[in-house]
Design a protein around this ligand. Structure first.
Ligand code: COA
Ligand code: AMP
Length: 632
């Protein structure tokens, strides 16, 4: 009943519901209203409130007498080190970095790019920006210099904060040369860069531009928390869209605080003093919401884990961290569990660890397949909660609100909509479809607090990408259905975004890279099923007339090009050369049909296909590289 009551309260009085939720946040000036609809269909929340994110995530806990509680535990098997930072220490570090940034002219509204691996300083940098009203944009370390350059030019940062290196199990990631390369490529140049020198690699600093983090912060005057408006952008996080240009999702300050704080208790069932761990990366939205801000706002201890689910050193790594740090709620991507299951299918390594503090496992980032859920239930012996959300929303659209009421779990479903999200399944004409019928998943406007109000410098793109297709709704880009009990099922994307190991990638962006190869006349990239990573990108290359170089060589060059242009995270390792691409009569590439053929699923000949015989060629090409195995 508790969930029904909460939803009932929100539906009858959304304004009252979100004003109540705002009561859990320390405001410098309380907002007079929750929703601001003056510019509908663009909405804002808590517009006229004054607030500071860093105060709510750090200072208020120190003031409440919990300065000695661990705020961050850095557990880094790749550097064989562990470190605990209390709230009081965090306050000191953040205030000094914030002061040093202010001293170099970084002011409210200025952008700061953060390009760092999983070190506590990444969180310190994010919070320091929040402290002085600067807008951060964290860029994932697996992206190449060119991707970083695109982000530099889009958000024109005054400063960039980076580390000298990151550590992947098989190599050191040289952040500094990547950063230097990106700044060379970009048209916009930052005023200065702050470099965290890690002992694993000391980077060469550019005189006059780069400063050493240690020297920069050592004697800096601590900065106070600056009051910003509820609608002030807290951060910009770039995410993949249909084209090569990433979308700069804007996160508004007030709604972000309220929604994350609400979610920590209602969904993740944690509060002050509890240990919360999201095994993701600060470069993704999960890292923003649930490694940095959410747990700290709620007064939890958060774990910054610099390692992998397997190989650092083995498939028991997650169990070690959970037992050693007494994790109560744990959040990871299904891929990570599939990797563990592949190495330790019987879950034998679990026997070495005491997981008695763990109450719930949360999964998100990609579809949670039933095998993985059942395996986790069997071996971890805790409820496994799938929940569904996106970079754009910043917190769960659908979940099982365990902290309010643990609803029955239906395997294959991320459960039910959270308050604020009026989720509907629509047909192509925008009409709601009956329960059990597949359609486009859309959310009736307004979206709840914390979700994106717009895209950075791209309001028209925001409207086009999300609002125009179904007027009055936000288009999620996911397709699925709602069952008779109101449970959601997320089945596929409706666009060309693919999900590789929980990482959201654009096939359009990959096609732009392939098209840049001198021998490629035309190309397509699709996401094919992958047992470990969910999906994996596969390229189709049509070569220029007269190209007679070995195909293997061209494919190898394309793989290298993708690594250079997008980065290792694209995980682009396979491609095949074909004569022609299958298209509709109007010239649209039939990617969906190609995916079905590659995955060995049944498929229908598209009525609009230009030349049906091409599909035989595609099937043969796919078979030659081990796809299209079953009957087609
Ligand atoms: N910095 C630099 N490079 C990175 C990186 C980072 N932060 N993260 C990944 N990469 C690189 C990897 O080293 C790999 O490079 P390689 O081609 O040279 O081997 C490449 O990007 C692909 O990485 P990934 O897709 O992660 O594959 P993997 O084979 O290295 O690891 C898993 C497989 C399953 C262990 C890993 O994908 C994983 O931990 N997945 C969980 C993902 C997750 O938590 N997502 C969170 C989203 S909510
Ligand atoms: P990102 O913005 O990187 O978080 O990716 C968001 C996308 O990942 C969603 O639009 C979905 O396509 C997919 N996704 C995230 N969580 C889930 C889930 N629990 N089940 C199915 N798909 C999911």
């Amino acid at each position: 009943m508790a969930y029904a009551n909460i939803i009932g309260k929100w539906r009858t009085d959304p304004e009252g519901f979100w004003m109540d939720a705002a009561g859990a946040i320390d405001w410098i000036k309380k907002p007079s209203t929750a929703l601001n609809a003056t510019n509908a269909p663009l909405y804002e929340w808590y517009t006229d409130g004054l607030v500071n994110t860093c105060w709510n995530a750090v200072d208020r806990h120190v003031l409440a007498g919990r300065g000695d509680q661990a705020a961050i535990i850095h557990d880094s098997p790749v550097t064989s080190s562990k470190q605990v930072i209390t709230f009081a220490q965090l306050q000191d570090r953040v205030a000094r970095l914030a002061g040093a940034l202010q001293g170099r002219g970084v002011a409210k509204g200025d952008r700061v790019i953060i390009y760092m691996p999983m070190v506590p300083e990444a969180l310190v940098a994010m919070l320091a920006c929040a402290r002085i009203g600067a807008i951060h944009s964290v860029v994932f370390g697996g992206f190449a210099a060119a991707e970083l350059a695109v982000r530099i030019d889009d958000c024109t940062p005054k400063a960039i904060i980076a580390a000298s290196c990151g550590i992947e199990p098989n190599r050191v990631v040289h952040y500094k040369p990547l950063l230097d390369g990106a700044i060379d490529l970009a048209t916009h140049k930052p005023d200065f860069c702050v470099i965290l020198q890690r002992e694993q690699e000391i980077a060469t600093l550019v005189p006059g531009r780069d400063v050493d983090w240690q020297e920069f912060t050592e004697n800096a005057t601590p900065a106070d928390c600056l009051a910003v408006e509820g609608n002030h952008p807290a951060y910009i996080l770039y995410t993949s869209g249909t084209t090569g240009a990433p979308k700069g999702v804007v996160r508004p300050t007030g709604g972000h605080l309220v929604a994350l704080n609400w979610s920590m208790r209602a969904i993740y069932n944690v509060g002050p003093g509890d240990v919360f761990w999201a095994a993701s990366d600060v470069g993704w939205v999960v890292g923003h919401s649930y490694i940095c801000y959410g747990p700290l706002i709620a007064g939890c201890t958060t774990i910054v884990y610099e390692g992998k689910p397997v190989g650092t050193p083995d498939a028991g790594a997650f169990w070690r961290v959970i037992s050693e740090h007494k994790v109560k709620s744990f959040f990871t991507a299904p891929t990570a569990l599939r990797a563990i299951k592949r190495d330790d299918s019987e879950g034998k390594l679990l026997a070495d660890y005491d997981l008695s503090n763990l109450q719930t496992l949360y999964l998100a980032g990609e579809r949670a397949d039933p095998d993985t859920i059942l395996w986790a239930q069997r071996h971890m012996k805790v409820p496994v909660i799938d929940h569904w959300w996106q970079t754009e929303t910043g917190w769960a659209i659908a979940a099982n609100p365990v902290g309010i009421e643990a609803l029955p779990v239906k395997i294959g479903s991320p459960s039910v909509p959270m308050p604020g999200y009026d989720v509907q399944v629509l047909d192509e004409g925008g009409h709601p479809v009956p329960a059990g019928t597949l359609g486009a998943i859309a959310i009736k406007l307004p979206l709840p607090p914390g979700t994106l109000p717009t895209l950075w410098n791209a309001e028209e793109r925001f409207r086009k990408s999300y609002l125009n297709h179904f007027p009055g709704f936000y288009e999620t880009g996911d397709a699925g259905y709602i069952d008779e009990d109101g449970y959601l099922y997320i089945m596929a994307r409706t666009d060309d975004v693919i999900n590789v190991a929980g990482h959201r990638l654009s096939t359009g962006a990959m096609e732009e890279v392939l098209a840049g190869h001198k021998d490629v006349a035309e190309c397509a990239v699709i996401g094919v099923a992958d047992e470990l990573k969910g999906q994996s990108p596969l390229g189709f290359l049509c070569l220029n007339k007269g190209t007679n170089r070995p195909h293997d060589e061209i494919i190898r060059e394309c793989v290298t090009l993708m690594r250079e242009k997008i980065g290792p995270v694209a995980d682009f390792k396979r491609a095949v050369v074909i004569d022609r691409l299958p298209k509709t009569r109007s010239g649209k590439i039939l990617r969906g049909t190609m995916v079905n053929i590659a995955d060995g699923k049944s498929w229908k000949m598209p009525a609009t296909i230009d030349d049906p015989t091409i599909l035989d060629e595609i099937t043969a090409a796919l078979k030659s590289i081990g796809y299209a195995k079953d009957k087609v």
